[in-house]
Design a protein around this ligand. Structure first.
Ligand code: F0G
Length: 459
């Protein structure tokens, strides 16, 4: 059970089917255009949506809003220094600001960044810096049903090949995303991190962590990597940071706060270049776009997030939802991680071809049926679409992510979600496909507009 009780509650909107149909049509069938008042259970993201603890609220009250040198910054700084060992800690307002600053300081246009899998904003920022974002997930990751415990790993053989290829001098950076959000929320093993760090060192390429879910990765290591079963999640997280040359971290996830992030760097020169960009675009180095109270809530959140009792209860809640969904006959990416479950929409809706976005179709059905907001991670998110919105290359899998906010929903909320999924799974053939009617050039899934489209009509 959770090692906390609830002291402050917030009502959730209960809506009718007609209201949801109207809302979704107005939203251009895009979950990002819904208003929160139209959503009953919001599983769109686990980012910035966690519940604060009493200690975090108390910490906010002592937030020091001094422009330069606030004591809040030093509390934030000390907690992160203890966790990461990096000599330079730059606060930023969220993860993508850390990405933009690091890439502007480190990457040369025309060069390459390699990752186990870039998260979507990370990929967009690499591309905006004029570089190629190359994903090298381990071969086991392709089999989304298999039990392999560390599908977040990078493909070491492919990485070595890339670092020895004629293009090797163009590889500016290797990013290890822990856990691998774009790849089904799967963890990276410490063995894989160590081997990657050694390879990168040998070839003189910096290795950074995208550490948005560093504590959850550490928890899964305690459960799945025998060598670490007697270590605490905090010890494992410290060892992971120690292996890298630095990190970018969105603290909206494992900082259990609404806003925040940081850039951790070992190299003095690189840190100075980043510091100039930070000052020009985010804020002075002791606040970086955050309020003093944010820095204090983050310092406290970072102390709470590695508590094994918290991590175990969170992992078990996600596993419980996964079990309900599996019992309803709906396949999910295996093995289940912590921050989310990923439904295999392609398999549930075989009558909806990739060109009609089965993941999106299932996501819309979850909203229409039960007011549940989720996010598609299939061809709309990762496929290649031409200027008319037609799918040219589908994604490898048509998934829907149900991200679980931290400390927010109870078991009965998750059981409700399981029931709605089971109801849809009884008559999957009723779910229509969709077509894109408006599509921006990057980060399409945030801003596209779609409409339901008969699955039997010609394209
Ligand atoms: N890296 C990873 C692995 C992420 O999951 C995210 C955000 C970011 C970087 C960017 O951080 O939002 O603070 O700027 N992921 C959210 C999600 C948005 O829903 O998975 P940010």
């Amino acid at each position: 059970m959770e090692a906390y009780r609830i002291k402050v509650v917030e009502p959730i909107p209960i809506t009718g089917r007609d209201q949801r149909e109207e809302a979704l049509a107005r939203a251009g069938y895009n979950m990002f255009n819904l208003r929160s008042g139209e959503v009953t259970i919001d599983l769109l993201t686990d980012s910035g949506t966690g519940a604060l603890s009493v200690a975090q609220q108390a910490a906010a009250a002592i937030g020091d809003e001094t422009y330069a040198g606030s004591t809040s910054f030093y509390r934030f700084h000390d907690v992160i220094t203890d966790l990461t060992s990096y000599p330079h800690i730059l606060p930023v307002h969220q993860g993508r600001a850390a990405e933009r600053i690091l890439f502007s300081a480190l990457l040369e246009p025309g060069h390459i960044v390699i990752s186990n899998t870039h998260f979507d904003t990370t990929r967009a920022n690499v591309q905006l810096a004029g570089c190629e974002a190359r994903d090298l997930p381990c071969p086991e990751a392709k089999d989304i049903d298999g039990p392999y415990p560390f599908k977040g790993n990078i493909d070491l053989a492919a990485l070595e090949e890339a670092l020895k290829s004629p293009d090797a001098d163009k590889v500016d950076l290797v990013i290890m995303t822990i856990t691998n959000n774009g790849g089904g929320g799967q963890p990276v093993s410490m063995a894989n991190l160590k081997a990657t760090a050694a390879l990168c060192r040998r070839h003189g390429v910096p290795m950074f962590l995208d550490a948005a879910r560093f504590a959850e990765n550490a928890w899964l290591v305690t459960q799945r990597e025998a060598e670490y079963k007697n270590n605490t999640p905090r010890e494992i997280a410290q060892a992971a940071f120690e292996l890298a040359d630095g990190c970018m971290a969105s603290l909206k996830k494992d900082g259990i706060s609404h806003m925040g992030g940081f850039l951790g760097i070992r190299d003095d020169d690189l840190a100075n270049r980043c510091l100039n960009l930070l000052t020009a675009t985010e804020g002075f180095r002791t606040y970086g776009g955050l309020a003093g109270r944010d820095l204090d809530m983050l310092a406290q959140g970072l102390a709470e997030v590695t508590d094994p009792r918290y991590l175990r209860a969170r992992a078990e809640a996600t596993a419980h939802l996964a079990e309900l969904v599996t019992l309803a006959g709906v396949d999910i990416v295996q093995p289940v991680g912590i921050h989310a479950i990923y439904l295999n929409a392609g398999r549930l809706l075989p009558h909806v071809p990739p060109e009609r976005f089965p993941g999106h179709a299932l996501s819309c059905a979850l909203y229409l049926e039960g007011g549940i907001r989720t996010v598609e991670m299939g061809s709309l998110f990762a496929g290649e679409v031409d200027e008319q919105g037609r799918l040219v290359t589908p994604a490898a899998h048509e998934l829907v992510r149900l991200a679980i906010p931290r400390r927010v929903y109870t078991k009965s909320h998750l059981e409700y979600v399981g029931q709605v999924i089971a109801d849809i799974a009884k008559y999957p053939e009723r779910v229509p496909g969709y077509r894109v009617i408006e599509s921006p050039p990057i980060l399409r899934h945030f801003n596209a507009r779609l409409e339901p489209f008969s699955t039997s009509a010609p394209l």
